[in-house]
Design a protein around this ligand. Sequence first.
Ligand code: KIV
Length: 272
Amino acid sequence: MSVAKKDYKRITVKSLIEMKANNEKIAMLTAYDYTMAKIIDSSGIDVILVGDSASNVMAGHETTLPITLDQMIYHAQSVIRAIKRCLVVVDIPFGSYQSDPKEALRSAIRIMKESGGHAVKMEGGKEIKDSIKRILNAGIPVMGHLGLTPQSIYKFGTYTVRAKEEAEAKKLKEDALLLQKLGCFAIVLEKVPAKLAKEVADSLTIPVIGIGAGNGVDGQVLVTHDMLGMTHEFNPRFLRRYMDLFNGMTTAFSQFIDDVKSLDFPNEKEQY
Ligand code: KIV
């Protein structure tokens, strides 16, 4: 079903805030390379997130912690070369902003200068407020990330739903308000109860983009490799698979192998 929406030539951080005000939902997907970013941007996506989930889906690490700032910049450069319309947000990776605001600003500046990304994303609330402030003061737009914050996975211990208890829900609401007050242009809310996510979205003027946060928020984000069914061992309830590329690609690769072995490929028309 196609949904009526304003025809933005280029999406900016301002467009996203306007979309929320106009009740238009925001669609965000991850990309880490040129080809995928080109396809996603051509499809009309609002935001591409160069997520540190690249650590999992591109590099095969168990967590997002190992990916480096240099690697994130490399992925972001490839994405930026591909896009014409969408906003590109780049995750500041673990270990590049937690120690102090000066380090955080240095990392954000490197991302903006070396990749051409349009904004950065950071995980956390009150604990990183000075770093967020410093980055915003330098004119760099910041997207927050609350709820399940994968860079803190060893503190949480599991990837289960966050903020089910009152104390954590209260802190999350306070953090969301704080991020808005500091000047963040949007917040990702990951894996929290739908009712709480709606409450947070309703209390803010900046958009809340959910992943596993129900449909009462202002937009949705998925990891592209998951929604395309390229990863098939990851099956959270919130994940809708739009394709089964793992099986589709396996079939194509097997066919290629058979064709090569049987001398079916290349045929007369496929050679010079
Ligand atoms: O890194 C990432 O892909 C993310 C999304 C899950 C929001 O942060």
